[in-house]
Design a protein around this ligand. Structure first.
Ligand SMILES: [Zn+2]
Length: 466
């Protein structure tokens, strides 16, 4: 088989179908959900669109309560899973052409979902069609599993795998080429602290302190409100704040509000996969505040944060630092800080631990924080397919044969859709060196890449299921 030639034969049809599919505004509509269409009309329309296409081709299709569906070809006991999703994140502003017009410019299709994940879904579908049209014999079933809630809570795969078999091996065309084979474990934890009420008056009282919106981002802003009894104390705190900003080359401001002095400190937001690339505004604010004569609660909270997390994104101070050769070092991000005097003192942490480490050890470390109570703890286990696994060997061979490039294995701190498969890896669609435009305005897929991915998926499906 010359896979590229087979794809070129179907090129016009593939592009046209990808465009019509991308024109469905398949954004989660929680309120519009009902039985059989849990994520709203439009997400359901996109699922139906694919299942209908499968039916027309004579594939076996199944709709699992509108949560997910599958399109299947081949026979045998074992299932090769290809996990895609039809839901997309909201379009946002600033597009050159409407986000659901699927306009073609410069040999690219521009649309929300073009690269994540409706373009690749159509590529996988055409790959399956190529195998069928060529009448290739298979000894396994190939099952395209089509999810509908990947961008939110993965309720699609959760429901689907409750009712349907787990493929023995598989891949998800929902991240990067060549192959992502290791994904760290991801822990989200929210801790609360209780402090005794203060005994004596101090120069400053910390009224409120807020930083960060999400656990998986380094916060780029922190706001603290401080009151003082005496005017000259106020001025000296403001001067100290300015000095702190200058010393650490940060920006921010202090201003008087009805509630007291309000300090705003700016950091640099990055994804929590590598927090050391950002500047955590919350930790800086805590570090600044705890150097002053604050009320006992405010001082305890900010000192605590500083002692545990200042200049440490590896969990060393917490005693949870670890690393392995496959996936590297544990990372730790303080994603949210919430403090209201006498009412609330909480921290939200996002920890990404190596594939050979144990989430329970991380939990122990977090539990050992003095005075902290775990309010929320969510551990998404690490995901790893060994480099010697036949799945990896096959995908590497296919990739190298078709592209001529080395199919190196990638380990990441983030999670891909592949982790919902037992033995699954992420395989494309973004080729090395291409900018990642998923979730951004003017999201696109290079038509050449769409075709290359289709040829790779066709051969990969065949080699895995033959
Ligand atoms: Zn995706």
């Amino acid at each position: 088989m010359n896979w590229e030639v087979e794809v070129i034969r179907k090129k016009d049809e593939l592009i046209k179908d990808a465009q019509s599919f991308l024109q469905i505004e398949s954004v989660l509509d929680e309120k519009g959900g009902r039985e059989g269409k849990p994520f709203g009309e439009k997400v359901d329309e996109a699922l139906q669109y694919m299942l209908n296409k499968g039916e027309i081709e004579g594939f076996t299709v199944k709709n699992v309560d509108g949560y997910a569906g599958h399109i299947e070809y081949g026979q045998g006991e074992d299932i090769v899973g290809v996990l895609c999703h039809v839901d997309v994140v909201p379009a946002g502003e600033g597009w050159t052409t409407p986000p659901f017009s699927a306009d073609i410019r410069d040999n690219r299709i521009f649309a929300r979902g073009a690269i994540d994940d409706k373009g690749p879904t159509m590529a996988a579908f055409y790959a399956l069609k190529i195998l069928k049209d060529a009448g290739l014999q298979l000894s396994k079933k190939i099952r395209m599993i089509i999810g509908t809630d990947e961008e939110s809570d993965w309720r699609c795969v959760e429901h689907y795998f409750k009712h349907e078999a787990m493929p023995t091996i598989g891949f998800a065309p929902d991240a990067d080429f060549p192959i992502i084979h290791a994904e760290k474990g991801i822990i989200d934890a929210v801790l609360s602290f209780t402090y005794q009420k203060e005994m004596s008056d101090k120069r400053y009282t910390l009224k409120q302190f807020t930083s960060g919106q999400r656990l998986n981002m380094v916060p780029d802003e922190a706001i603290a409100t401080v009151t003082t009894a005496k005017e000259h104390d106020r001025d000296s705190l403001h001067m100290a704040f300015e000095a702190y900003l200058a010393e650490h080359q940060l920006s921010g401001e202090g201003k008087i509000t009805d509630d007291g002095w309000q300090f705003t400190l700016k950091g640099v937001s990055v994804h929590a996969m590598e927090p050391s690339l950002g500047i955590n505004a919350g930790i800086h604010m805590a570090k600044f505040l705890c150097q002053h004569e604050l009320d006992e609660q405010g001082l305890a909270f900010t000192s605590h944060i500083t002692a545990l997390f200042d200049q440490d994104t590896r969990g060393q101070k917490l005693g949870i630092a670890c690393q392995d050769d496959i996936s590297g070092e544990l990372t730790l991000n303080v994603g949210t800080i919430r403090y209201i005097q006498h009412e609330e003192a909480t921290l939200g942490l996002n920890v990404r631990y190596p594939v050979t480490a144990d989430g329970k050890d991380v939990r122990k470390g977090i539990e050992s924080i003095k005075g902290a109570r775990i309010e929320k703890f969510d551990d998404s286990q690490p995901h790893h397919v060994s480099k010697d696994h036949p799945l990896i060997k096959t995908l590497q061979r296919v990739y190298e044969e078709q592209t001529g490039d080395a199919a190196s294995l990638i380990a990441i701190g983030g999670g891909t859709y592949a982790r919902s498969l037992e033995a699954g890896v992420a395989f494309g669609p973004l080729f090395p060196g291409r900018p990642d435009c998923a979730h951004q305005k003017d999201e696109y897929i290079e038509i050449d890449d769409l075709l290359r991915a289709t040829a790779l998926y066709a051969q990969a499906m065949y080699e895995l299921a033959k």
